[in-house]
Design a protein around this ligand. Structure first.
Ligand code: NAP
Length: 264
């Protein structure tokens, strides 16, 4: 018999939100704190984290954590254990985006993006799991992106990092299900944050970070394991993804940035 449904955030929880110094992560942390939860907030920019924590000093606990720095992880693990011996939820949101121009394979760029989005999220998950295993209803969420729906121009590094992330955490879901761990994947479309403020193209169906965070927390509250939003962008990308690959490759030419040689 399945357990009766109880909203996950109806009781006070302790959560860890990575990438909470700006954008979606900052909003997730603030909304969780406003609802009465305790949240460990991490990123590299400690000053920015402290400014976020100042809004709810009793509930927001700062953790200096560079997900790409292996040598700093032992210290971060100890600090996390001290701040939150038991974690009910971890929302692994930290990430970055860089685009590849002119079809170039810029290995340094690809490695930077993979290090932050893939290796870094795994590093955070490895720190979170020992703390989550003590919780009655542990939940581990990763923030992917709608980019995984289909190949897009210039998006090889970013899309590959998120696709790898999704595959890995879907496997983890299977391998940890017997422990009671809920593994969720959250796939936003375009959200206005410092990350997308750098974009030089139009972003359809753009949401605010506050809207996105509220939507993500509602899904976590309901126990959903997969969330893709907004539906309008999901429907559009789903339509393109259903086309034969060769037709999509031709259509997607219209989204390409003109190369330097082609620019008058
Ligand atoms: N905005 C969108 O349209 C959109 C769409 C789909 C998915 N997403 C995903 O949503 C997540 C949040 O992005 P955002 O838009 O809110 O961007 P953002 O405002 O730039 O936030 C990114 C966060 O990640 C942290 N971070 C980056 N590299 C890190 C590292 N090596 N170690 C630890 N923390 C690191 C940053 O903090 P520090 O720099 O202080 O370390 C920052 O707090 C990302 O995973 C992104 O891929 C965003």
């Amino acid at each position: 018999m399945s357990k009766p449904f109880r909203a996950f955030l109806a009781t006070p929880r302790t959560a860890w939100v990575t990438g909470a110094s700006s954008g979606i992560g900052r909003e997730l942390a603030l909304q969780l704190a406003a609802a009465g939860h305790r949240v460990v907030i991490s990123a590299r920019n400690v000053q920015a984290l402290q400014a976020v924590a100042a809004q709810y000093p009793q509930q927001l606990l700062v953790l200096d954590f560079d997900a790409t720095d292996d040598s700093a992880c032992a210290v971060a693990a100890e600090r996390l254990a001290a701040l939150a011996p038991v974690l009910d939820a971890a929302i692994l949101n930290a990430g970055t985006c860089e685009y590849l121009d002119d079809g170039a394979i810029d290995l340094a760029l690809v490695r930077r993006v993979m290090a932050a989005n893939f290796d870094g999220t795994l590093q955070a998950a490895a720190l979170a799991l020992p703390r989550l295993q003590h919780a009655a209803e542990p939940a581990l969420y990763v923030v992917s992106s709608q980019v995984t729906a289909l190949p897009l121009t210039r998006s090889g590094a970013y899309g590959a990092s998120k696709a790898a992330l999704e595959y890995f955490f879907r496997c983890l879901r299977i391998d940890r299900q017997h422990t009671g761990l809920r593994v969720g994947i959250l796939r936003p479309g375009f959200v206005r944050t410092p990350l997308t403020d750098r974009n030089d193209f139009s972003m359809p169906f753009l949401w605010s970070a506050g809207q996105a965070a509220a939507h993500m927390l509602a899904a976590i509250d309901r126990g959903r394991e997969e969330l893709t939003f907004p539906h309008s962008l999901q429907a559009l990308l789903g339509l393109f993804a259903a086309l034969p690959h060769s037709l999509w490759a031709r259509l997607a030419q219209h989204m390409r940035k003109p190369t330097q040689e082609a620019t008058p």
